[in-house]
Write a protein that binds this ligand. Structure first.
Ligand code: MN
Length: 273
């Protein structure tokens, strides 16, 4: 029996070590639904082109999702930037899973939401706007400091190249301004289409809030926060946080093993949005 009307998931990043497939399996088990929407960056082809980490649990996630589709649940796959290779297949049905670029979902209480991954609203990945954010002068200064740093590193015999500008860019990318811009841009897009809101992912920052009179909903991710959005049978949307260990005491044992596994992660291994 479905527990909720719809489940919205994004940014699972299957194929990476950071993917928390175990927790996702646990979440899926407890949330049978009438429809499941996979809103992008489900499979991380970008990361897999560098190195693949495909665990048994990740395999099971794929199997469970295909199984839900086979058993009459509506499963829709909306590709993101990390699985953009699948955008060529929009409009096709794979083993009962519909692949579409974007979709309008109507909740049980009649609100219409645009379902889209969201990289389309990310000015940083689209136009390298971080240069503008930082300011050209600041950027020039960074490049100059970087030249000094490289010289220093060479003198000290430190191998490899480390980019200060790259580091700053990564920091700027996570700045709050970026998130506000993203939310505004997403909501603007939904308003232009005459919709009530948008449900997206991409920035790994879950939330349900009102932005400029429309509903902005973000599913979060399954590499860090382990969050999902569910729609109840009355149309109410809820943010489900499946990541807090304290909130889920019966997961204490497996969580401990996962912490050990996480400690083995090489420093600096992060997942880009
Ligand atoms: Mn993305």
């Amino acid at each position: 029996m479905p527990q909720v009307r719809s489940v919205f998931l994004s940014d699972i990043h299957l194929g990476t070590r950071a993917c928390q497939a175990d927790r996702l399996l646990d979440f899926l088990r407890e949330h049978p639904a009438e429809q499941t929407y996979l809103i992008g960056d489900i499979i991380d082809f970008w990361a897999m082109s560098r190195s693949i980490c495909w665990t048994q649990a990740q395999n099971t996630v794929v199997q469970k999702l295909l199984r839900r589709a086979r058993h009459g649940e509506r499963v829709v796959f909306i590709p993101g930037n990390h699985d953009e290779a699948l955008r060529d297949y929009c409009g096709i049905v794979f083993g009962e899973v519909e692949v579409v670029d974007e979709l309008v979902h109507e909740t049980a209480d009649g609100r219409r939401f645009l379902l889209i991954h969201g990289d389309q609203f990310d000015q940083v990945t689209r136009h390298h706007r971080w240069v503008a954010v930082l300011g050209d002068k600041a950027y020039d200064l960074l490049v100059r400091i970087n030249a000094w740093l490289s010289w220093g590193r060479r003198k000290l015999g430190i191998a490899g190249y480390w980019s200060l500008a790259g580091y700053a860019k990564r920091k700027v990318k996570t700045a709050l301004n970026f998130i506000f811009d993203f939310e505004e841009s997403a909501v603007h897009h939904a308003r232009e289409r005459g919709l009530d809101g948008v449900i997206c992912g991409h920035i790994h920052w879950a939330g349900i809030r009102e932005v400029a009179g429309l509903s902005y909903v973000n599913c979060g991710d399954w590499v860090d926060s382990c969050t999902a959005i569910v729609e109840h049978f009355d149309g109410r949307l809820e943010l489900v946080d499946w990541g807090g260990m304290a909130a889920r005491p019966r997961l204490a044992a497996p969580a401990a093993t996962r912490v050990e596994a996480a400690a083995e992660l090489p420093v600096g291994e992060t997942v880009e949005v």
